[in-house]
Every structure is written in structure tokens, then in C-alpha cells.
Design a protein around this ligand. Structure first.
Ligand SMILES: *Cc1c(COP(=O)(O)O)cnc(C)c1O
Length: 423
């Protein structure tokens, strides 16, 4: 959409014509001391709280108070199968079949558990490809997996890097890495949307390139889930993991999600770390049976899960289910396009958006590089109640979230940025 216009009136008219604008009222928006809403652009770090979350959690607190252990079966939403109430909505959001998805543990834990199964190195085929700008937790996970298997981490990690003088990754370079070193590579573990640049990579292409060289392919979807539509089943990736506290608004430290492709669902020979929750539900409480793994993603569960965290996830997923990813993406492309338009209209040569300009290659986040800036810029924005994320050396990450951010939020943010830069 290139028919964006300058001025507050245009922003207001876009909000009036936004078919999903009412969802903002379903969130708690933090306010300054005068009662003005913050301009909150860090839904990529911690999503805001849906007003309904409290009721969902209170329901479980009440059932626990009134029923004690009987709540496992007698609660309004029985705790024993509680995770199953989340599966269908979660599967829809990531483009998976229900058998491919489960909510459990947290993101980095899940990456390790998945690598137990899908990182099976041999003496000669053991290397792991990550993005050069991978999120630190993913890098540490991969390094320690290599060491756990007796390899040298710095030798075993292959970095897919942007070209000299560029910020973004080029899929041709991944192809070259695989052509040259594919025989030594066991696993690709790539962020579906890069946390730093906001680049949304071609997940299917990555899967095809990896599989052509007999590598396993895993995706970290922390910055993609609830933001883009990864179409996991059709992409053919072997596994994926994500968290639910960023775009999924399920609260600080809430549980993560996991995808294992259907092609692995019935392979009981896959190595894994198991617990009683990996075991056949119908005989789990006989307690004396040999391990009988549940087919599909549920077979990676270990423990009985924290219901209070799941209640917050349910509150969020029920909302996502109602809105649908199509409507969210439609607004998101417009909103982020508008943000990009206003930044470009500033015509400030110090500012460069490093996120791709093609809407198909990004989610809602724009990473804005400000030459010669330091953290003081971020501080001045924060003092104006504009919440963004600063990444050294000179990047502001800003995510207008389609569920609760408005065109007026974006307009006001860019006006303030202009004012600060002209000081
Ligand atoms: C947010 C994020 C994490 C955080 O991991 P936790 O285990 O949830 O603390 C890891 N990797 C990526 C890519 C992330 O964006």
C-alpha cells in the first residue's frame, strides 16, 4: 500500500477504518502519571496483558481452592487434559496439525529437548548452522549441545552471515554453505524471524536446502509466532519451538510451544528424554508400565504442566482464535508499512531501516539504525513514554503490534522521534 498520507487526520481515519480496532480495549495499556496511554512498541519482548487473563487464572485458583486434587478431573476446565484445550488454536497460529503441536516448558528448554531427538551427530556429520546474529540463548544451546556430544563448539558452529556491508541474510549464502560443507552438517537451527533485524526468512526454502543435504531443520519462532504465518506443516521443517510471552501476550516467563512434524509423529525409536507425561495417557496412572510414548508432539512432554501459566495462554489463544491470523496480518502489513512511510518521510540521512522493505520478508517489527546515536536517544523516547527496545550499537527495535497498537500510536511516535533528533 503506497497511498499513505502525512498528518494526524490520516492516522485517525486509518484507525476508524480498522476492522480489528476494538481489540485494543481488551488489553491493559500502561499509562503515565497523568493517565495518558504509553506508546508501547515492545510487544516483541513482552506482550501486554489481556484484560480477560485475570478471569482465566482466577477460575483455576477458585477450582483449586474448592476442589484440591479433584480439580484434575472436576475443575471447570479439568487440569489433566488442560494442555489439549490450547492445541487447536496454537496449531492454527503456526500452520500445523494438532498432532504436531504442544505447549510445555520454556523455549530454551524445548530447544534442548528437541536437539536430544533431532541432533544426532556422527564423527563426520556433526556441525550446526545458525544465523551469525542468532539470539544468545540459541547460540549457547547449540554450543553446549556440541560439547555434550564431545565436539569443539567453535569448530562445530557454522554461522550464516550477511555479506560484507549488508545487514540482512541472503538465502543464496545458505545454499553455498550447504553445497560446500553439507556433508559435515547435521542440523540447521535458524530464527524464523531474526530478533535483531526483523527479517522473516523463507522457512520452506531453508527446509528444502537442508533436507537436500540430509540435515535436520529446526526453527526458532520466538519472534514469529503470532506475528507471521509460518505454515510449518507445509514447509516440512522437522521441528520448531517458540515462547508465548512476546506476540502471544501470555505473561512474563510463560510456557513455550513446540512443533514436531507429522513425519516424525510415530517414530518411537527417536532418542528423547522422557517423563511420565510422555507416556500413554490411558495407562499413565497405573504407574508400573514400561514407557509407551504418546505419538506426536505430546510425546515430548515430561512433566505435569503449570495450569496457572496455561490459563494465561488460553486467554490469549482464545483471542487469537477469534481474530484469526489473516486479519492480524492484513492490519500488520498496513500498520508497519505506515510506520516505514513516516520514517522515510523524515528524510533524515542518519536514519536507516535495516528490516526488509518487502512485507513478505518481515513481521511487524522495524529495526531502525540511527547513525551516531547512543542509548541517550532511547532514554529520551522512554521519558516521553514511548517504549522501544535499544540494541547496541545503534539500533532501536520497534514493533507496532496489530492487536493493540494504533495508527495514531505510530504517528505520535515518529513525531516525537523527529523532535528528539532535531534537538
Ligand atoms: C526471546 C527469545 C529467547 C528466550 O528464551 P527463553 O528460554 O524463553 O528465555 C530465545 N531465543 C530467541 C530467538 C528469542 O527471541
Amino acid at each position: 500500500m503506497s497511498n499513505y498520507k502525512q498528518g494526524l487526520d490520516f492516522a485517525k481515519s486509518q484507525d476508524q477504518n480498522d476492522p480489528i480496532s476494538s481489540y485494543r480495549n481488551q488489553f491493559h495499556i500502561p499509562k503515565d502519571k497523568d493517565g495518558n496511554d504509553w506508546l508501547y512498541f515492545t510487544g516483541n519482548s513482552l506482550g501486554l496483558q489481556p484484560k480477560a487473563t485475570k478471569e482465566y487464572i482466577n477460575q483455576e485458583l477458585e477450582d483449586w481452592a474448592n476442589l484440591g486434587v479433584e480439580g484434575h478431573f472436576e475443575a471447570k476446565n479439568p487440569w489433566m487434559p488442560y494442555h489439549e484445550f490450547l492445541t487447536e488454536s496454537m496449531a492454527k497460529i503456526v500452520g500445523a496439525k494438532p498432532i504436531e503441536v504442544v505447549i510445555m516448558n520454556t523455549l530454551t528448554t524445548n530447544l534442548h529437548l528437541l536437539m536430544v531427538s533431532f541432533y544426532q551427530p556422527t564423527k563426520t556429520k556433526y556441525k550446526i548452522v545458525i544465523e551469525s546474529d542468532a539470539f544468545p540463548s540459541d547460540r549457547y544451546a547449540v554450543q553446549t549441545q556440541l560439547e555434550f556430544h564431545g565436539f569443539n563448539a567453535s569448530e562445530g558452529v557454522i554461522e550464516w552471515k550477511p555479506r560484507e556491508g549488508e545487514e540482512l541474510l541472503n538465502i543464496d549464502d545458505l545454499e553455498t554453505i550447504l553445497e560446500e560443507q553439507g556433508d559435515e552438517i547435521a542440523l540447521l537451527l535458524i530464527g524464523g524471524v531474526n530478533y535483531y533485524t526483523g527479517q522473516y526468512l523463507d522457512i520452506k526454502k531453508i527446509a528444502d536446502l537442508g533436507h537436500a543435504k540430509d540435515c535436520m531443520v529446526g526453527i526458532d519462532l520466538a519472534h514469529g509466532v503470532g506475528n507471521i504465518k509460518p505454515d510449518f506443516h507445509n514447509s516440512g521443517v522437522d521441528f520448531a519451538a517458540w515462547c508465548t510471552y512476546k506476540y502471544l501476550n501470555a505473561g512474563p516467563g510463560s510456557l513455550g510451544g513446540l512443533f514436531v512434524h507429522e513425519k516424525h509423529a510415530h517414530n518411537k525409536d527417536l532418542k528423547r528424554f522422557a517423563g511420565w507425561w510422555s507416556h500413554n495417557k490411558s495407562t499413565r496412572f497405573n504407574m508400573r508400565q514400561p514407557l509407551d510414548i504418546i505419538p506426536g508432539a505430546e510425546g515430548w512432554q515430561l512433566s505435569n504442566p503449570p495450569i496457572l501459566s496455561m490459563a494465561a495462554i488460553k486467554a490469549s489463544l482464545d483471542m487469537f482464535n477469534e481474530v484469526g491470523m489473516d486479519a492480524l496480518r492484513a492490519k500488520s502489513e498496513k500498520l508497519t508499512g505506515y510506520f516505514e512511510f513516516l520514517i522515510n518521510e523524515l528524510n533524515n540521512e542518519k536514519i536507516k531501516i535495516i528490516t526488509p522493505t518487502n512485507p513478505k520478508e518481515r513481521g511487524c517489527q522495524l529495526s531502525i539504525q540511527v547513525k551516531d546515536a547512543d542509548k541517550n536517544l532511547h532514554k529520551q523516547l522512554t521519558e516521553a513514554n514511548i517504549i522501544t527496545d535499544w540494541r547496541e550499537p545503534d539500533v532501536i527495535r520497534c514493533a507496532p503490534v496489530p492487536l493493540y497498537n494504533t495508527f495514531v500510536d505510530v504517528y505520535k511516535m515518529v513525531e516525537k522521534l523527529k523532535e528528539i533528533l532535531n534537538r
